[in-house]
Design a protein around this ligand. Structure first.
Ligand SMILES: [Zn+2]
Length: 534
């Protein structure tokens, strides 16, 4: 019945824009007076006036009872009343406690901006921290000590075994003796897993491909040459991660295929939709039976330039890389935990990955996710919230080039017979949060869907919504436990300006945007913790 009311009022459950627009046009600043307190006033007024169902069904009639000088407020009131109805279409109305606790998470995070200070240390003092490097171990110590100071019940360093890939000296890529351009240096970065050219470097003719299939179909043409993958991002995609997903096979699998087909090296267009001069590194995978060839990413502007050269004349490229496989090393993920008071065996995990690429400071990828997760524990502690379930912050090692931390964590958890009711990963940057993606066992997802109208009502003022398809690489192995997986979904438009580049430093992260991500995750943890899943 109440769904019918929502439809009649033209309100789509979960849609927030109408409220925001009405607030703006009413001249009432939600931030100035506090959205939550305004909302509570509306609820009170709404309850008082809810004398007849017919009145409820006609918000315009209800609003007419207000005096003309209340027009601005009326506009706002009607919108919020309609918003309020969608709450009643859910299982229950958000309580005052919930409204104010969520509000406090956001206020506390924005006021203290603790996560930004931690991120500053992680990305600027420690810096790039590829798994196995001395920086990665310094990062382990830093976050373990921070978690310890938060008053968590336990902090452990969970061992995992990683392969340490070392870049070595600055790589070189140069178009040589081109009849139109002459010799031109290209901006490049070796890909993680790349082989070395040796000190002399190598020079060979370049052949361009748009896909792995194109290379497969080229037969022996590539033998002794350099394979160049140059399929651009599909910039029509609204979410840039979809464009990344449509292009990244070239980087991950292209070099190995090129090696198998006799190429002496591989060059890949950088994974960004922007035309600029920044090369983007990232992993490429060589199977055990394939000797790694040199593999580099060149900037998108240089990829376009190389492609133009190839259309004009046969083009040779000089490459020099100094990469080394430094073998197997012991490393660690870091785990901090607040034990649950009522259901300690039901775990709600928040996490990100502690390792980053060696260039830049790994600020967005994924220092942001680490400090988001650490600040969730910090916020719970500062607000003196006693969770019913166990809340665990996990900072995974080696997501970028092996996933050893995520795998070791799931293995240890399964061996102990643990159950993760929910795992929330932040690995999409420190930009303004827009929502969460979710996935999980059908039963729990069905249960979650019942709660979502109320949760969206609570988080709507903060522009947080929920959509299907979530999780993250590190928490993926936990799916077999049958819980829920969530991925924080920040604004993605600028993420691939920085991803895996030397630009991924603290200056690219805004402290307020970062704080909003922590608060959104803390609010979701709180709602999950309070919810009675059957
Ligand atoms: Zn990442």
């Amino acid at each position: 019945m109440l769904a019918g009311i929502s439809q009649r009022c033209g309100w789509r459950t979960g849609h927030r824009d109408e409220v925001a627009v009405s607030l703006a046009s009413s001249g009432i600043s939600g931030q100035a007076i506090g959205i939550a307190s305004l909302r509570l006033k509306i609820y009170d007024e709404f309850s008082r006036r809810m004398k007849s169902t017919s009145t409820l069904m006609r918000p315009s009639n209800w609003a007419l009872q207000l005096s003309p000088d209340q027009r601005g407020f009326r506009h706002c009131l009607v919108s919020l009343m309609v918003a309020g109805m969608s709450i009643f279409s859910g299982t229950a109305q958000p309580s005052n406690d919930e409204v104010f606790t969520v509000k406090q998470f956001f206020e506390e995070a924005l006021d203290h901006q603790q996560s930004y200070q931690w991120l500053h240390h992680l990305s600027e003092s420690i810096g790039g921290r590829i798994a196995g490097s001395p920086q990665s171990l310094a990062a382990v110590e830093f976050v373990a000590q921070v978690l310890d100071t938060l008053g968590t019940d336990t902090v452990i360093r969970q061992p995992c075994t990683v392969r340490y890939w070392y870049r070595g000296a600055q790589e070189e890529a140069r178009i040589v003796n081109h009849p139109v351009l002459g010799s031109v240096d290209l901006r490049c970065l070796a890909l993680g897993g790349s082989g070395s050219t040796g000190l002399d470097g190598l020079a060979a003719e370049v052949v361009e491909f748009r896909s792995l299939d194109e290379l497969r179909e080229s037969g022996s043409r590539i033998k002794g040459k350099i394979a160049f993958f140059n399929r651009a991002f599909d910039n029509r995609q609204l979410r840039t991660f979809h464009a990344y997903g449509g292009a990244v096979d070239q980087r991950v699998f292209g070099p190995e295929l090129a090696a198998k087909m006799g190429a002496v090296a591989c060059v890949v267009r950088s994974m960004t939709g922007r035309i600029d001069d920044w090369p983007h590194t990232g992993v490429c995978i060589f199977g055990d039976s394939v000797r790694p060839i040199p593999a580099v990413a060149i900037s998108t502007r240089d990829a376009d330039r190389l492609s133009t050269c190839l259309r004009q004349a046969p083009t040779r490229l000089f490459l020099k890389t100094h990469c080394e496989d430094r073998g197997v090393q012991q490393s660690y993920s870091v785990i901090g935990e607040i034990r649950g008071s009522t259901f300690p065996d039901e775990i709600i995990l928040v996490g990100g990955h502690l390792d980053s690429w060696d260039v830049g400071g790994g600020a967005h990828d994924d220092g942001a996710g680490c400090v988001h997760s650490m600040e969730v524990l910090s916020l719970l502690k500062r607000m003196n919230y006693k969770p019913r379930r166990t809340i665990r912050c996990v900072l995974f090692q080696n997501e970028e080039n092996g996933l050893a931390g995520g795998r070791a964590y799931a293995k240890a958890s399964n061996a102990k017979g643990e159950f993760h009711l929910a795992a929330i990963e932040s690995d999409a940057g420190g930009f303004t949060p827009q929502g969460f993606g979710f996935d999980g066992s059908p039963d729990l997802v069905a249960e979650l869907r019942k709660a979502l109208p109320r949760w969206e009502e609570l988080l709507g003022p903060y522009n947080i919504d929920f959509s299907t398809g979530g999780g993250g690489a590190d928490i993926g192995p936990l799916k077999s436990q049958g819980g829920l997986l969530f991925g924080l979904r920040p604004d993605s438009q600028r993420y691939f300006d920085y991803h895996h580049t030397a630009q991924d430093h603290i200056a690219a992260v805004h402290p307020r945007e970062l704080a909003l991500g922590s608060a959104a995750m803390a609010a979701l943890v709180y709602l999950l913790d309070r919810h009675d899943f059957r």
